[in-house]
Design a protein around this ligand. Structure first.
Ligand code: MN
Length: 245
């Protein structure tokens, strides 16, 4: 199996190293990742300038760094190696639950793979203010999840989130009832207004969602799709609101 590993935290992220190490058990790993952090870049692509693709021999993997977005890295990585079977994106330093799917560079990399007809799996873990994730403790859980998900049948696009101390794995749906993005006003040293885009903590999530799983120390696996069409609304409007002729 040929595995492309990327990570929106950048090529030197400890989460990328942990994922690439785990992935080596399952196939041939090639790392293609942004040269600097590209978190919250969503599914942006770079179309107004060329991209570089530089070998990065300081890493213990075949690795290339790109001066672009996570989606750029997957597009370029799949161009340079036409035989990629699966793209693994992560392990992100921070959870990607619910509506963060719209902003996440980690998920965008997996989505870019799916757009190209390649399997995409996004993987993220929680971080605290005090410490970075313990990737040594996470390693057996990562191995277990990869063994489970890389086995047939093939699922096109998956979003995986690891709590700090996993006690099990569950299939989940995306939590979309709440949007946790907010803007916090602050001031610069001269008293001029500035604004932080940040994430607010929310009340308890609905059972069965990705957020609920993490709150219950379970590893969350959510199958995603690229089709954003609201099929229920489409069927209803085609019946009740024929377009004017
Ligand atoms: Mn990130």
């Amino acid at each position: 199996m040929n595995i492309l590993v990327t990570n929106d935290d950048g090529i030197y992220s400890p989460g990328l190293a942990a994922l690439a190490s785990a992935a080596q058990e399952f196939g041939k790993v090639r790392v293609v990742a942004p040269d600097v952090e590209q978190s919250s870049m969503g599914h942006a692509i770079t179309h107004s300038r060329p991209l570089s693709y530089r070998a990065t021999p300081s890493l213990p993997f075949e690795a290339y760094r790109v001066n672009g977005t996570p989606a750029d890295c997957v597009a370029l990585g799949c161009h340079m190696s036409r035989d990629i079977d699966v793209v693994l994106s992560g392990v992100n330093l921070g959870l990607n639950l619910g509506t963060s799917a719209w902003h996440s560079g980690t998920l965008a990399a997996a989505k870019q793979a799916a757009l190209l007809g390649v399997r995409g799996i996004a993987l993220s873990t929680s971080v605290s203010l005090e410490s970075e994730p313990d990737f040594v403790a996470l390693a057996p859980h990562l191995h277990r999840v990869l063994a489970f998900l890389l086995a047939p049948p093939r699922i096109e696009l998956l979003n995986v989130n690891f709590p700090t101390h996993p006690t099990g794995i569950m299939w989940t749906n995306q939590s979309v009832r709440h949007y946790d993005g907010r803007v916090v006003p602050i001031q610069d040293p001269r008293g001029r207004p500035l604004y932080w885009s940040t994430v607010a903590s929310l009340e308890a999530a609905d059972e069965g969602t990705d957020r609920w799983a993490i709150e219950h120390d379970m590893i969350s696996i959510t199958p995603l799709r690229l089709d954003l069409t609201d099929h229920a609304v489409l069927a209803e409007v085609m019946r009740s609101r024929p377009v004017p002729s």
